[in-house]
Ligand binder design. Structure first.
Ligand code: P1T
Length: 398
């Protein structure tokens, strides 16, 4: 058994993060650090006669190095980088055709919900949202035209944990051809390795923990299946949602410290979650590392720990949430998560404002739900900051 009762960490992760895709011998200069190749095009020795690269939308040396590392981190064969997390989702959804159906978990990032409900629907792709923590609900959700299962676990912003083994087997037993996709943004391959559970596509908003420095927007997909990889590669080239070589360099650099960063996010967030759990004005802390979490046992079965992102519900309403958020001094009031700096936000008005109100209310995304992204600052400073902001919001002694 691993840390905090979770799955044991696979050995060698940090070594892979530092070395995969990096090979000094591949460059004429023997550069130890992957060069940033900005060229959009590559000289051909005759018409359509080229070696590895012809045009940077199809492939670029800096991007290839990153994609190789991304694949290795998830224990996958193929990695693909995209211009944003939503760019990755759009490309993955483009594996489908008009008339197909996506069965999605009900709590997903607001932007994913918007893409599914507004854009895909208009293109003739049907999407239904179901509570994936309830097996009976999933079984009822399958349709004859279901071609893709969309999992986010833990979910954004309610931190529901979905049993990857159970849900993947359910989908495959309904129809072997259903493509099972997981958005693994909240955990990264350091804390969860979905390919080990039979998932077909692992998708990331690289913008978050994978880059970790809040200075790049990027997405990715990792797969094992050669045919699926070919189809995604074709879409990557055809749709053109690709990242710049400069951004690929920044992410490659960030991945070198992924293991160290995730280890600290994991430790600090659990300390803060436990502190909040004891606070008299906090009603519920939604953190998969707490034994009070409804899917604590499932978390321990499939994760090696939880990251720095979690939510809590307090006993106030919008007024208290606003005072709390604007009183924070170390945490910054902003959307996003997964950076070295701590962030706090109000999903109901910010990241999940695009989720229809009725759906939000049903899920429990209320004005009393605050989401934190615990960064890498000293944890004592973060607790002091939360304490003073809660004191202000609830008129408690300072
Ligand atoms: O922002 P982008 O790189 O396009 O990624 C979209 C995305 C996809 N999946 C998950 C789980 C996400 O959290 C996101 C982006 N999320 C935020 C900006 C947020 O604050 O939740």
């Amino acid at each position: 058994m691993g840390d905090q009762g979770f799955l044991e960490q696979k050995p060698g992760f940090a070594t892979i993060a530092i070395h995969a895709g990096t090979n000094a011998d591949k460059w004429q200069s023997n550069a130890v650090v992957t060069p940033i190749v900005t060229s959009t095009t590559f000289k051909q020795s005759g018409p359509a006669e080229y070696e590895e690269f012809d045009y940077s939308r199809s492939g670029n040396p800096t991007r290839n190095a990153l994609e190789e590392c991304l694949a290795a981190l998830d224990g996958g064969k193929h990695g693909l980088a995209f211009a944003s997390g939503l760019g990755a989702i759009t490309t993955i959804a483009s594996l489908l055709s008009r008339g197909d159906h996506i069965l999605s978990c009900d709590d997903v990032y607001g932007g994913t919900n918007r893409l599914f409900s507004h854009v895909l629907l208009r293109l003739g792709i049907e999407v239904s949202f179901v509570d994936f923590t309830n097996v009976e609900e999933i079984k009822k959700g399958f349709q004859k035209n279901t071609k893709m299962l969309w999992i986010e676990t833990p979910t954004n912003p309610l931190l529901k944990v979905i049993d990857l083994d159970v849900v993947t087997k359910l989908a495959k037993s309904y129809n072997q051809d259903i493509i099972v996709v997981i958005d693994n943004t909240f955990l990264t391959p350091y804390l969860q390795r979905p390919l080990d559970f039979g998932v077909d596509i692992v998708m990331y908003s690289i913008t978050k923990y994978m880059n970790g420095h809040s200075d790049v927007i990027m997405g990715a997909a990792v797969v094992n299946d050669d045919d699926l990889a070919d189809r995604l590669r074709f879409l990557q080239k055809s749709m053109g949602i690709v990242p710049s070589p400069m951004d690929c360099y920044l992410v490659s650099r960030s991945l070198k410290t992924l293991a160290l960063r995730m280890e600290q996010h994991k430790k600090s967030s659990l300390i803060i979650a436990k502190w909040l759990h004891e606070h008299p004005k906090i009603v519920e802390v939604l953190h998969p590392g707490l034994p009070t979490h409804p899917q604590y046992k499932i978390s321990q079965k499939q994760m090696t720990g939880h990251s720095g992102t979690f939510s809590f519900k307090h006993s106030g309403d919008l007024k208290e949430s606003k005072t709390f958020l604007t009183s924070l001094k170390v945490f910054t009031l902003a959307e996003s998560l997964g950076g070295y700096e701590s962030l706090a936000e109000l999903p109901s008005l910010m990241t999940h404002a695009s989720v229809p109100e009725e759906q939000r209310t049903k899920l429990g995304i209320t004005h009393s739900l605050i989401r934190l992204s615990v960064g890498l600052e000293d944890v004592d400073d973060l607790i002091k900051d939360l304490d003073q902001a809660l004191n202000r919001a609830f008129d408690l002694k300072n």
